[in-house]
Design a protein around this ligand. Structure first.
Ligand SMILES: [Zn+2]
Ligand SMILES: [Zn+2]
Length: 417
């Protein structure tokens, strides 16, 4: 059968209970990127699944690879919004086994010895640390320790999935598939005429300043904050160019010099090959915008990235954060990398789901071959009042079925008896 592709079509699930996976996004930009990795939508002609009483969320349903997935957009950023939305999600979709939080985050540039994270890379949470949950002592903040105390351990299901990616083989495979899906996503954005094309912004735009070098007016003639250790209100929202942040304070990144990092144009799409990192992800209610605090907190808790929703989600459902690095969580951050990072996250999410093992379903609800173009539906019949029961024969059948190892054949014309 070599060379003959078997056409497989997937039937639309009939119930909300058929969904085991959800993807949650905090920003419309993230949601739009994820929508491009769906292979099929189940609700293009209107919502079919409804929601539980009291649930205010709006859902998009469809298929990503072999999985049915429900996609939700949070009404706001942050932990409280994430927790509320996820609680409602759980009330409507009661059989969810895993939620992936897909989107953008701030990366820790050097999370460990010889480990270098650059913009566009993807982080996958092994555990989530609510780093701003604890006690403020004079001059010192003590965090309640990691996930084990505050958020519960990741489920066995999640741990076994992530263990695959801790092997070099598994991680290489995940990265290769992510790059493939990224190219498809970029092409799809172009075909659909999307506002964002999710292109790689270029190595020259990936700038890391020394953690001690603060984003403020750099020259005395511009502003007096140049003499202070803090930025003035104007500087906080200004760009590095406007403030004259000095390139001599940037840290050269080894990986940006690598040849394969930026691929030549491929059918109109520039494809970067993001690396994927597994580790602790810091989740807090404040935006991390300080290089020095970033490094201090990351060192203390073994973090590779910072974001704002993971803690709220993982309180409610088993959750993995899969986020693209769009800045270095310092004061110089800007929005230039957001759409590309959202795209690498969406692509990695799809690659990760490909490795996720599905639980057994009634065969009917998963696959059917292309030989039957009509969707199959099971309609439960109520008992027919005119049914004339042949009691003694049925009793005989029941007795036979109850005997272990026995086989019973019912022979006759369909619909007659
Ligand atoms: Zn200033
Ligand atoms: Zn700056």
């Amino acid at each position: 059968m070599e060379g003959v592709a078997t056409m497989v079509t997937y039937s639309r699930p009939s119930l909300r209970e058929d969904f085991e996976l959800a993807i949650v996004c905090a920003l419309p930009l993230e949601f739009d990127a994820v929508s491009l990795v769906f292979d099929e939508f189940w609700d293009q002609d209107g919502d079919r699944y409804g929601r539980a009483r009291g649930d205010q969320n709006t859902y998009t349903t469809g298929r990503v690879g072999k999985h049915n997935v429900v996609l939700a957009l949070l009404p706001n950023m942050g932990k409280a919004s994430a927790a509320g939305t996820t609680a409602s999600l759980r009330s409507s979709y009661t059989k969810l086994r895993l939620v992936i939080l897909s989107g953008i985050c701030g990366g820790v540039p050097y999370p460990g010895d010889k480990v270098e994270i650059i913009l566009g890379d993807v982080v996958v949470s092994k555990h989530i640390v609510q780093y701003d949950y604890g006690r403020q002592y004079p001059g010192q903040f003590v965090t309640r320790d990691t996930v084990d105390d505050t958020l519960g351990r990741p489920t066995k299901d999640i741990r076994s999935l992530l263990a695959t990616f801790e092997t070099e083989h598994g991680l290489e495979n995940l990265q290769r598939k992510t790059s493939e899906f990224l190219i498809q996503l970029q092409q799809s954005a172009e075909t659909k005429g999307r506002r964002f094309r999710y292109e790689y912004p270029g190595t020259s735009q990936d700038i890391l300043f020394a953690s001690t070098y603060v984003h403020k007016h750099q020259e005395q003639r511009d502003c007096s904050c140049s003499e202070s250790s803090f930025a003035c209100e104007v500087a906080v929202v200004a760009s590095c160019e406007e403030l004259r942040c000095d390139a001599s304070n940037t840290i050269p990144r080894e990986r940006l010099g690598e040849q394969h990092h930026l691929e030549p144009k491929k059918e109109g799409s520039v494809a970067q090959q993001p690396k994927i990192f597994l580790g602790g992800v810091g989740s807090g209610d404040t935006v991390m915008k300080s290089g020095q605090d970033r490094d201090k907190i990351a060192n203390a808790h073994g973090l590779i990235a910072f974001e704002m929703e993971g803690a709220g989600l993982s309180n409610e459902l088993p959750c993995i954060v899969v986020k693209g690095v769009c800045d270095y969580a310092d004061s110089h951050k800007n929005k230039m990398w957001q759409s590309f990072a959202a795209a690498t996250s969406a692509s990695a999410t799809k690659a990760l789901l490909e490795r996720y093992t599905q639980t057994d379903q009634p065969a009917d609800s998963i696959l059917r071959s292309d030989t039957s173009p009509m969707p199959s539906v099971i309609i439960p019949f109520s008992r027919d009042a005119d049914f004339v029961e042949r009691g003694s024969i049925l009793d005989q059948v029941h007795r036979n079925c109850a005997k272990q190892g026995s086989r019973t054949a019912l022979v006759g014309l369909g619909g007659v008896g």
